[in-house]
Ligand binder design. Structure first.
Ligand code: UTP
Length: 291
């Protein structure tokens, strides 16, 4: 079986309770960073990493994610008639980004349960998972960095970053040993560790690449932290048996699942934006004088 990663799964079926009320009727994955919804950045990252087939996991009330990646005939006709070809080209580009399909997670039973909904899409191939609320911006797409590590080592890969001792208790903690540069061997992990269970301050953040064997493991994974089926609990089995690889990826990660993360993403992306960047910087400089 080839180690080449062609498929990606984007779980976007969470309830997003930390960004209520914004996420009540609007999926948090559709919240804009300047002029694009968060999930578009994630799809573009996957495409830039060479992924050709993407499955987005949604649920009730998230139909507008599907609309965003589909044609909008009336809008396109209006733009064509008024000669706004640049905007029209951009809309067509979004529709043709990749071969995108959708499936619904019928009950919100956790990230592990959401990924398990992708079994028939994935088949017998390795696949990337890009968490729908984690936007990573960088020169070298984070997803591609992980896919290369999968192709090289042939083991499941987690994207990882160092976090604070306080944050690690809300995330996952990894047992790691350096291999080379920013690449590590991962032999164990734990979701939401108590202080005496912390393995290191390295946490899984936002991306992983998994072998298809994960599905049989997920079938047997009971609910864990928060009563949800945790993807980390299934990956523990991989880490302890075959071992996994960790990539301390380059790029800046924005957590669109919390309010501060959304503000940071908006601010930093706006400063680099070709259309509004200069004006926004001037505005910010004035604003900070008043703080
Ligand atoms: P989170 O841990 O941020 O959960 O999910 P959440 O429910 O969306 O957010 P809060 O904690 O209520 O604010 C991480 C990723 O996994 C997806 C989410 O959409 C998000 O992209 N997810 C989570 C699912 O697809 N299904 C689930 O059952 C849970």
């Amino acid at each position: 079986m080839s180690n080449r990663v062609r498929k990606a799964v984007i779980p976007a079926a969470g309830l997003g309770t930390r960004v209520l009320p914004a996420s009540k009727a609007m999926p948090k994955e559709m919240l804009p960073i300047v002029d694009k919804p968060a999930i578009q950045y994630i799809v573009e990252e996957a495409v830039a990493a060479g992924i050709t087939d993407i499955l987005i996991i949604t649920n009730r009330g998230k139909g507008i994610i599907e609309d965003h990646f589909d044609h909008s005939i009336e809008l396109e006709q209006r733009l064509a008639a008024s000669g706004r070809t640049e905007t029209l080209d951009e809309l067509n580009r979004i529709t043709n980004l990749a071969n995108i399909t959708f499936i619904r997670q019928k009950e919100t039973k956790g990230l592990g349960h959401a990924v398990n909904c992708a079994r028939s899409f994935v088949g017998d191939e390795p696949f990337a998972v890009l968490y729908g609320d984690d936007v990573i911006i960088g020169e070298d797409p984070a997803c591609g960095q992980l896919c290369r590590a999968y192709e090289e080592y042939g083991k499941g890969v987690v994207g990882m970053k160092e976090v604070t001792a306080e944050q690690i208790q809300k995330y996952s903690s990894l047992a790691v040993a350096p291999l080379r540069d920013n690449i590590y061997a991962v032999s164990d992990m734990i979701e939401k560790p108590k202080p005496n269970e912390i393995l290191s301050l390295y946490s899984i953040l936002g991306r992983c690449v998994l072998p298809p064997e994960i599905f049989d493991i997920l079938d047997k994974t009971p609910p864990g932290a928060g009563g949800e089926i945790q993807l980390t609990d299934a990956m523990v089995t991989l880490a302890r048996t075959t071992g996994m690889t960790g990539v301390d990826f380059t790029g800046v990660r924005y957590d669109m699942g919390n309010k501060l993360g959304i503000l940071q993403a908006t601010c930093e992306v706006a400063l680099k934006h070709p259309e509004v960047g200069t004006d926004f910087a001037a505005y910010l400089k004035e604003l900070v004088k008043t703080l």
